[in-house]
Design a protein around this ligand. Structure first.
Ligand code: F6R
Length: 365
């Protein structure tokens, strides 16, 4: 049932505050601001490193997870798309743990990567939506994302719930490893707890701006997304979502890679969507943006209130989000990214919930 929504995808985008809140309640204690230790299958205090593998959007969630596990838990992370991971003959230590992220829990390449790690003696964790799935069954520890059924082929709420779970796990691992202090834990958990309310606030306010910009995007042939830090995987997710449902060609790049190639493509016909919360990378991203502007590129900047005040270029549109703590920025900034893809596809009249050539669950390699 789509409720008041035109598509399941739209319904699932708007469901995010609710499902994230539900997912978080499984991983954090909202009252004393602690990250719960949810697994006895994997001892995050002891593992020397973590391997992560997944496909598509779940892989991009894993890439953001890598930033968190490395930063908060000082845990080195090896990550690759499952179709490469399974065949790379990666040397893996049996003392390590591996995480596999999958909405369906049935993706063939992800399952094969899991079995590869199992054969090498690693402890296996599954970040899944479908608890009765093969990937969940074959794992030592299951971390459910509790997003509820996702019907739209393009993943939205599963992505942000995967992120919420990975963020909570990284904080919990940081506590276990002594790399996150009790005060830091409390601050990070408070930020996570604020997320559902902030998501609701964003969803209630950005629609008119998104519709205006989506009408423009629907006329384009190519779109470039840029970001740094955790906004880099999010840039790739934005490009993936746009490709999948609007069939517009899009690429996501690390903003610092712009001058190593993609800058050659910049002209007035290719909008550049810059994802830039006012974080420690902001000034660097703004200087990349100026390089785009200087070459006649049209910019859509997705930033927060502080970022909007700090950057004034007249060649651009700005989507302004509330100021949020760094750990929740990827989930909050995912919302305009998802909505831009959704409304662009609606303007183009594509089959949003069942885009051509795609399947919700990919059980062949
Ligand atoms: C993108 C999308 C796909 C899936 C990928 C993995 O919107 O839905 O890229 O993320 O096929 O699927 P799961 O998570 O079921 O393993």
């Amino acid at each position: 049932d789509k409720g008041n929504h035109r598509h399941f995808m739209e319904k699932e985008i708007y469901e995010q505050p609710e499902v994230i809140s539900h997912a978080l309640s499984h991983y954090i204690n909202f009252i004393d601001h602690r990250a719960l230790t949810v697994s006895d299958g994997i001892d995050f205090a002891k593992v020397p490193s973590l391997a992560i593998s997944a496909c598509g959007t779940a892989y991009l969630a894993g890439l953001i997870g890598k930033y968190w596990f490395e930063r908060y838990a000082r845990l080195p992370v090896e990550i690759d798309v499952a179709s490469e991971f399974r065949y790379r003959e990666i040397p893996l230590s049996p003392q390590s743990a591996a995480l596999f992220i999958s909405q369906s829990g049935e993706t063939a390449d992800t399952l094969a990567s899991l079995r590869y790690c199992k054969d090498h003696g690693l402890k296996i964790g599954a970040v899944v939506n479908t608890r009765e799935s093969t990937i969940a069954r074959e794992s030592d520890a299951v971390f459910p994302i509790l997003a509820g059924p996702e019907i739209g082929v393009a993943s939205t709420k599963a992505f942000t719930c995967q992120l919420a779970v990975l963020a909570a796990l990284a904080v919990s691992a940081g506590r276990a490893r002594g790399t996150v202090s009790e005060q830091e834990e409390a601050a990070l958990v408070k930020s996570l707890a604020e997320m559902p309310r902030l998501m609701g606030q964003v969803l209630n306010s950005i629609q008119p701006k998104i519709e205006f910009l989506s009408r423009e995007l629907s006329k384009c042939r190519d779109v470039l997304y840029l970001g740094r830090g955790t906004s880099f995987p999010l840039a790739m997710e934005g490009a993936l979502k746009l490709k999948e449902i609007s069939y517009i060609h899009a690429e996501g790049y690390a903003a610092g890679e712009l001058k190593h190639g993609p800058i050659a493509l910049i002209d007035e016909n290719m909008p550049v969507i810059v994802i830039a919360p006012h974080d420690r990378f902001f000034d660097k991203t703004v200087s990349n943006m100026q390089e785009v502007a200087a070459r006649g590129g049209r910019i859509i900047l997705i930033t927060d209130e502080r970022g909007a005040a700090a950057s004034k270029l007249d060649t651009m549109h700005t989507i302004v989000l509330p100021n949020v703590d760094e750990i929740i920025a990827p989930m909050i900034f995912a919302l305009p990214v998802q909505l831009l893809a959704y409304h662009t596809a609606v303007f183009m009249g594509t089959d949003v919930d069942q885009p051509r050539n795609l399947a919700k669950s990919v059980t062949v390699e």
